[in-house]
Design a protein around this ligand. Sequence first.
Ligand code: ARG
Length: 460
Amino acid sequence: MSGNKKRVNRFKRNIDPLLEKFNASISFDRKLYKHDIKGSKAHVRMLGDCGIVKKKESKAIISALEKVEAEINTGKLKLNVSDEDIHMAIEKRLSEITGPTVGGKMHTARSRNDQVATALRLYVRDKIDEINNLILNFQKVIVRRARENVDTAAPAYTHMQPAQPIRLAHWFLAWFEMFERDISRFKDARKRVNVLPLGSAAMAGTNFSINRKQVAKELGFDSISENSMDAVSDRDFAVEFTFCVSMTATHLSRLAEELVIFSSSEFGHMRLPEPLTTGSSIMPQKKNPDGAELIRGKTGRLYGGLVSLLTMLKGLPLTYNKDLQEDKEPVFDASEQITLMIRIMTKMIDELSLNVELLSASSEKGFMTAVDIADSLVMMGLPFREAHGVVSKLVKHCSENSLQFTGADETTLSGIHPSLPQAVRYFTALDSADGKDVYGGTARKRIITRIKAIERKLNK
Ligand code: ARG
């Protein structure tokens, strides 16, 4: 009945169909139906317990709400634009079931302003828990791959130039640490999400003696908002959530970028699992890393959501303004996309095949043990800056003459510096790695210690 809806209140003319459509959020906020119903049930139970509505009425409303939920679950209840949003749609259907005299009491002592803030907080809390479980599962895969590759030598880069050899496990664990911080960031944000706004009503609080603690307890909120004006207009929790998602996406995107580079035929260090790549419509030789590329691509879009939310808030006067309805789509998009991104990346890392021979051969090239030779000179008493200069000359000589370090003859070496013949020896990539026997370094011992600590924590 778009545009022809009978309007209550003071309006003489019907709503313009264009505004009705523009104003409606039901096409997307239907995703909140379970959270809205959960919030309403707790609210109505409390109204009954406090004697604000009759116990009998409260029970009737709760069972009708359960019926509405079942109808939405099965698609039996059709949601229309004329219902404006999911909260109105649920209340309308409820009143059809209970009759308006009882159903009309549900909204006592609350407003859609505290209602919607409650539903969104419940939604975000659920998503945080879901995302953290997915990250944890991903971390288990990463650690398994690290374990398998403790003795795989690999080149590591700075500026995308071969820098120093590492044990490949160290590379896997580098990613692990980023996702570890992501989990803790989500957990920290969860504390600020898990605050009950219900009871703030439109913005001033309510004339009824409600029991906010009871509602908080039923809904699993850790605390209750301190200020009703703040509670109905605060969306920092949504900003924080989309930031946490954006940060996790950033980590996934960087990893995706490395997978794209290292699986290219130019590098050939790794191969992506075939089911997670696609063919080209024109070039039969292609195997495209679309999954990784989309993780990279979607990350930009998630930043967009974060910026939308910040921008929505920056000029907003207290308290509730309809602008706030724009909070939902970025939150929904962030949680839906990040979930897919983590799941795809988990599969890619789980089945990533590594060209161990090539990785090992590459880690012996590119003068990557230059620092080890310089450090040997330092251990013989040279100041580091001087040792650095000596090894630079050695690198210049060797690269001009297509030699490895050990290929340079004694006379040339002592010509560069008298201590150099003693400092230059053949470091295998793994020897070089094991020299980095410092907390957080790539030595075998250190990696094993870290893996064990992680495994203990993950198996807890
Ligand atoms: N659909 C609205 C939103 O998402 C619900 C709150 C409406 N409140 C109001 N005062 N119009 O923000």
